[in-house]
Design a protein around this ligand. Structure first.
Ligand SMILES: Cc1cc2nc3c(=O)[nH]c(=O)nc-3n(C[C@H](O)[C@H](O)[C@H](O)COP(=O)(O)OP(=O)(O)OC[C@H]3O[C@@H](n4cnc5c(N)ncnc54)[C@H](O)[C@@H]3O)c2cc1C
Length: 397
C-alpha cells in the first residue's frame, strides 16, 4: 500500500494551500475531501483580505498582518504553478460611520488599526466622496485603510487547487474521512468511508478504506471536530454567514466598504458582494428572509446607488469557529497528527501564513512561534483516548 508523507483532510483554501506548500518542499501529498474540493466555506466567502483587526479579531492581529505581507508572494506562486490569475487586488478599504458624533469613534478606530501596524488614516467626507463616489449621504465620518485587498474566493481557491495539482499533489473528492488511524501514539493515516446510498438516499457505510501516511493534517473546516480521534483537539463550531451578489450598475462601489451594518466588496466583473450574518450553531446552508433583508438594508445605506442593481445570487456558507474564536493550528499530542482549522471569519486572509509556516513545521520539525497561541493542545483533555486503528465514529451519515 502506498504511504504518503502527508494526507490533508479537507480541500478548502487552507487544505489546498498547505498541500501546495508541502509538495513544494518535496513531500508526497494526498488531499481528501468529502465532496468536490473548494465547495464549502472557501466557496462562500466575501473575499476581503483585511489585516486591520476589529474588537473580535484582536487575537489574530499579528498573524493576519504576517499573512497580508505574504499574500503577494503566495498569489504569485499559485499563479506561476497554475498558469491562471489569482485576482488579488490590494486597493484599500473605506470604513463608514453613520452617527453624527462618530468622528471620535472613527479616530479611536484609526488609532486601534495603526497600533497593529496596518496603514490607516482618517479622511474628510469630501475626500472620501472623491475616492469612492458610491458612499451614501447618511455617512458622517470615514477612514481609509491602505492595507486591505479584495479577491474572489471561488477563483483563488480554484487557482490554489490547480496549482497544487500541477505541482504533483494528489486529490480525491467524495472521500469522507471518518477517523484518524493511530498506532502506539503515532499517526499512521486516515480511514475513509466506503459508503453507498440506500434506496432512501441515505449513505450507508460498508467498510472503511485505510490510507497510509506519516502525517495527517485535519483541515476539514467546521466539520473537523466530527472526525474520529480529533474531537478534543479541534472542537469546531459552525457559524453560518449569508451573502448577496448584486449585478453591475453605475452606482456600485469600486473599493471595499465596511460599517457597523455590514460590508461589501467589488468583483473584477463589476458585481458587488454584500454580507453578512453571524449565526452561531447554524450549519444549514440556506439564506433567510431576515438575513437577506439585513444585508440589503446595509448595502443601500452604505451605497444607495445599488438600489437598482439586480440580485444575481444569494447564498450561505458555514465558517469554522472555535470555542475561543481563535484558529486551531499545529501539532497534537499524537505524533504526526496536525490540525489547521478554526479560521472562522478570516480563512481567506490567513491561508498564506497557515500554509507556509505549518508546511515548514511539518517538513523540518521546527516549531513555529507564529502558532504558539493557537495550539490544538489548549482544548485537548488530558484523558484524550486514542486507540489503534479506530473505526467509524462520526454521526452525520
Ligand atoms: C459568508 C462568509 C463570508 C466570509 N468572508 C470572508 C472574508 O471576506 N475574508 C476571509 O478571510 N474569510 C472569510 N470567510 C471565512 C472563510 O471562508 C473561512 O475561514 C475559510 O474558507 C476556511 O477555509 P477551510 O479550508 O478551513 O474550510 P472549508 O473551505 O470549509 O474547507 C473544508 C473542506 O473540508 C471538507 N471536509 C469536511 N469534513 C470532511 C471529512 N470528514 N472528510 C473529508 N473532507 C472533509 C469539506 O468538504 C471542505 O471542502 C467567510 C466565510 C463565510 C461563510
Amino acid at each position: 500500500m502506498k504511504r504518503y508523507d502527508t494526507v490533508v483532510v479537507g480541500g478548502g483554501i487552507i487544505g489546498v494551500s498547505l498541500a501546495f506548500e508541502l509538495r513544494r518542499r518535496g513531500q508526497s501529498v494526498l488531499v481528501l475531501d468529502r465532496q468536490q474540493p473548494g465547495r464549502e466555506a472557501s466557496w462562500a466567502a466575501a473575499g476581503t483580505i483585511s489585516p486591520a483587526p476589529d474588537h473580535e479579531s484582536l487575537g489574530i492581529a499579528a498573524l493576519g498582518c504576517e499573512s497580508y505581507r505574504l499574500y503577494p508572494e503566495f498569489a504569485a506562486a499559485i499563479e506561476k504553478a497554475s498558469g491562471e490569475s489569482a485576482g488579488f487586488h490590494p486597493n484599500g478599504a473605506m470604513e463608514l460611520f453613520f452617527d453624527p458624533d462618530n468622528e471620535s469613534e472613527r479616530d479611536r478606530r484609526v488609532e486601534e488599526i495603526q497600533n497593529h501596524d496596518v496603514a490607516a488614516e482618517a479622511i474628510s467626507l469630501a475626500e472620501a466622496k472623491v475616492r469612492e463616489p458610491a458612499i451614501g449621504s447618511a455617512t458622517r465620518a470615514t477612514l481609509w485603510i491602505r492595507d486591505e485587498a479584495y479577491l474572489d474566493p471561488r477563483m483563488i481557491t480554484h487557482v490554489a487547487i490547480a496549482a497544487a495539482l500541477k505541482t504533483g499533489v494528489e486529490m480525491r473528492g467524495n472521500s469522507d474521512v471518518l477517523s484518524v488511524l493511530v498506532e502506539r501514539n503515532q499517526c499512521s493515516g486516515v480511514l475513509v468511508a466506503d459508503a453507498e446510498r440506500n434506496r432512501a438516499g441515505r449513505l450507508e457505510i460498508r467498510t472503511g478504506e485505510k490510507i497510509a501516511a506519516h502525517n495527517a493534517v485535519i483541515a476539514a473546516g467546521w466539520r473537523s471536530g466530527e472526525i474520529g480521534g480529533v474531537e478534543s483537539h479541534a472542537p469546531t463550531i459552525p457559524v453560518r454567514g449569508q451573502m448577496v451578489a448584486l449585478g453591475k450598475v453605475s452606482g456600485a462601489p469600486r473599493t471595499i466598504l465596511r460599517s457597523s451594518l455590514g460590508y461589501m466588496a467589488p468583483r473584477e466583473d463589476g458585481r458587488t458582494v454584500v454580507g453578512s450574518t453571524l449565526e452561531s450553531g447554524a450549519a444549514e446552508k440556506h439564506t433567510t428572509a431576515a438575513g437577506v433583508q439585513k444585508i440589503l438594508n446595509a448595502a443601500l445605506t452604505m451605497a444607495p446607488g445599488l438600489a437598482s442593481a439586480p440580485i444575481l445570487e444569494t447564498w450561505a456558507g458555514v465558517r469554522p469557529d472555535s470555542p475561543d474564536h481563535l484558529p486551531i493550528i499545529g501539532p497534537t499530542n499524537v505524533e504526526g497528527l496536525f490540525i489547521a482549522t478554526g479560521h472562522y471569519r478570516n480563512g481567506m486572509l490567513l491561508a498564506p501564513v497557515t500554509a507556509k509556516y505549518l508546511a515548514e513545521w511539518i517538513t523540518t520539525g521546527k516549531p513555529s512561534a507564529w502558532f504558539e497561541p493557537f495550539s490544538p493542545l489548549r482544548f485537548a483533555a488530558a484523558s484524550d483516548a486514542f486507540t489503534a486503528g479506530e473505526g467509524p465514529k462520526k454521526g452525520h451519515f
